[in-house]
Design a protein around this ligand. Structure first.
Ligand code: 5AD
Ligand code: FES
Length: 370
């Protein structure tokens, strides 16, 4: 093991505030001994801080309409080949009830950015699902602050809004009409409103460097996210990035492992995208820092139409199939299914000191916005 790698790993595992260069060193772990040492440290930190429980969050993909045109995503508005659907409130609540029956403590309401669902419609869904004794996570994109506030008052516990990439130029290129600044403003509102906030990024985007990924991790630390979803880029043929290679599974797992070292108490899912790249991808993620899985609760007839990337797993499975599959997966690696809502239990981490190097990420002062 190279000396600089060992030094960075020891510092990060001890909870010291490692900087950009050390993170890059960790992300560049060599296959074999270094990569395995990183994975083991992440697994040890996971065990010590959040324990052996794996929480299941049932995801209802209730609409595949999207007004955005993200260059990587199969749901983008320009994809005219995709048959669009919207679930009615009754259908959504039926899925949530099924989630409760399967023992899931949290329901995630996820959709493309679809203004058809008014703030009031979503608020009433939140109230109904909360009355079933479940925690609610929303994942419906960028909305005005007052919508987020209304949903929080309705009882929503968490909000997922991935920053996708912390490189502002790359962000701008990949998200026509959007900007990283706006994204970060939404994340700030969500924090202020008292949500447990999840963000996260895509690994292996065309044009992305290890330094960009280090910045993703520094941003997650600066935001003090309670959750972070980290998944590989998977090219979708009906998108502008359809001809590029997929992100590397090993690199994705290294980003995840470093995320665990930087955010010991965060909820880190073994993402569906990791499971799509390799049959044992989610197991490997769970053994290298992850502690959450987000099984699909979308009714089988709709699942194939929520392919943000191709070959997404569980398209032909029913919710109960995923439930038993995951129980077997989790117990098979010596872990157990978490009960109850599985809220963030961490201690608040100290404010990071890397700001001098990176500029203040939150207000992007001094950073170029195209
Ligand atoms: N590959 C990997 N992840 C993707 N996402 C969207 N499209 C892709 C893709 N082609 C991710 C984004 C988004 C989430 C819903 O799915 O991170 O936030
Ligand atoms: Fe859906 Fe395994 S999680 S079949």
């Amino acid at each position: 093991m190279r000396r600089e790698f060992r030094r960075a790993l020891t510092a990060a595992a001890a909870g010291r505030l490692v900087g950009r260069e050390e993170i890059i060193t960790l992300l560049a772990a060599l296959p074999g001994e270094e990569e395995e040492a990183l994975r083991r440290q992440a697994d040890a930190v996971r065990a010590a801080s959040v324990g052996d429980a794996v929480y299941l969050r049932g995801v209802i993909e209730f609409s595949n309409y999207c007004r955005c045109r993200c260059h990587y995503c199969g749901l983008r508005a320009d994809n005219r080949k995709l048959a669009r659907y919207r679930l009615s409130p009754e259908e959504i609540l039926a899925c949530a009830r099924q989630g409760a029956e399967l023992g899931y403590g949290t329901i995630v309401l996820q959709s493309g950015e679809d203004p058809y669902y008014t703030a009031e419609m979503i608020a009433s869904l939140v109230k109904e699902i909360k009355s079933m004794g479940l925690a609610v996570t929303l994942c419906v994109g960028e909305r005005p602050r007052e919508d987020y506030a209304l949903w929080r008052r309705a009882g929503a516990d968490r909000y997922l809004l991935k920053h996708e990439t912390a490189n502002p130029e790359l962000y701008q290129q990949l998200h026509p009409g959007m900007g990283l600044k706006r994204r970060l403003e939404c994340l700030k509102w969500l924090k202020e409103l008292g949500y447990q906030v999840g963000s996260g990024n895509i690994v292996g985007l065309p044009g992305q460097s290890l330094a960009d990924l280090a910045d993703d991790l520094l941003l997650l630390r600066e935001l003090k996210v309670e959750m972070a979803g980290i998944g590989p880029f998977i090219p979708h043929p009906e998108t502008p990035l359809g001809g590029y290679p997929a992100g590397d599974l090993g690199l994705t797992l290294r980003v995840l492992a470093v995320a665990r070292l930087l955010l010991p108490f965060a909820h880190l899912p073994a993402t569906t995208a990791v499971g799509t790249l390799a049959p044992d991808g989610r197991q490997r993620a769970l053994q290298g820092g992850a502690n959450v899985i987000m099984p699909n609760l979308t009714p089988p007839g709709y699942r194939e139409r929520y392919q943000i990337y191709p070959n997404k797993i569980c398209i032909n499975e029913r919710p109960e199939d995923c439930r038993s599959c995951l129980e077997a997966m989790v117990t098979g690696i010596g872990r157990y299914l978490g009960r109850g809502p599985g809220h963030f239990q961490g201690v608040k981490q100290d404010a990071p000191r890397h700001g001098e190097r990176f500029g203040s990420i939150l207000n992007l002062k001094g950073r170029k916005e195209n």
